[in-house]
Design a protein around this ligand. Structure first.
Ligand code: KIV
Ligand code: NA
Length: 269
């Protein structure tokens, strides 16, 4: 009955144990995942897409991540909660990164933070870690750069790109990151990165050889509406929460319109 810590994460890699990570954006959903035994919950800036209705993570603010991170911490007892540093909250340099990561720890109570970038973010990671803030890094596809990519291309294809990804992964490990997300990386390259690091890799669209796997919870549970685009290949839906919830809403609506809710047992006399 204590929280998972970065030491537990390091021990899992030594023992060769794989582990799951999910995103969470509110206390109630987070409590479900905590009770289900998910050891690490990420308050991802994917909240921009799946919680706040934006079409990318770029508009997400520190205030939004702070508010939802605090809710996820309050809703959980066991999980290590990782707060995602949003676009613009660490790119100015390590002092800005430290200021905002500190806010996430002090005001929201997270146990670690995450930020995007390999070599380009090593300085920030180094200062945070030396200051006592555990950092999860994130390389491969980094969605905060969507405007620079002009889309979401698979990363690490071609020898030059592969070498850069290996350098990025090594750089965040050397800077002191306790884990690194590999997003949308070919499976062979992700396996090579995983073998070459002593910190765990957390894959999303990065094949089966990573030490851990992460999915956005709304994708994992079949809550996301893909009607406006294509569901990515790496998303596996473990339930049909969107259908279940829509069915509940339709049932409630029918009962109210038809006058069958509330029934006598729902009423006070
Ligand atoms: O914001 C997010 O959900 C993420 C994960 C996909 C790693 O960064
Ligand atoms: Na993110």
């Amino acid at each position: 009955n204590r929280r998972v810590t970065v030491r537990d994460i390091a021990a899992a890699k030594r023992r060769g144990e794989k582990w799951p990570m999910l995103t969470a954006y509110d206390a109630m959903t987070a409590s479900v995942f905590d009770e289900a035994g998910i050891p690490v919950l990420l308050v991802g800036d994917s909240m921009g897409n799946c919680h706040l209705g934006y079409d990318s993570t770029v508009p997400v603010t520190m205030e939004q991540v702070l508010m939802l991170s605090a809710a996820v911490v309050r809703g959980t007892r066991r999980a290590l909660v990782v707060g995602d540093l949003p676009f613009g909250s660490y790119q100015e340099g390590s002092v800005q990164a430290l200021r905002n990561a500190t806010r996430l720890m002090k005001e929201a109570g997270v146990g670690a933070v995450k930020l995007e970038g390999g070599e380009r973010s090593a300085e920030q990671i180094d200062l945070l870690v030396r200051s006592g803030i555990p950092v999860m890094a994130h390389v491969g596809l980094t969605p905060q750069s969507v405007n620079a990519y002009g889309g979401h291309p698979v990363q690490g294809r071609g020898e030059e790109a592969a070498q850069q990804l290996l350098r990025d992964a090594k750089a965040v490990q050397d800077a002191g990151a306790f884990a690194v997300v590999l997003e949308l990386v070919t499976a062979d390259l992700a396996a090579e990165v995983t073998r070459s690091l002593h910190i765990p890799t957390v894959g999303i669209g990065a094949g089966a050889e990573c030490d851990a796997q992460v999915l956005v919870w709304t994708d994992m549970a079949g809550m996301t509406d893909w009607s406006g685009g294509r569901r990515p290949r790496f998303v596996k839906e473990y339930a049909r929460v969107r259908e279940v919830l829509a069915g509940a809403a339709r049932g409630f609506a029918e009962d109210v319109v038809g006058g069958t809710y509330p029934a006598p047992e729902h009423s006070f006399r």
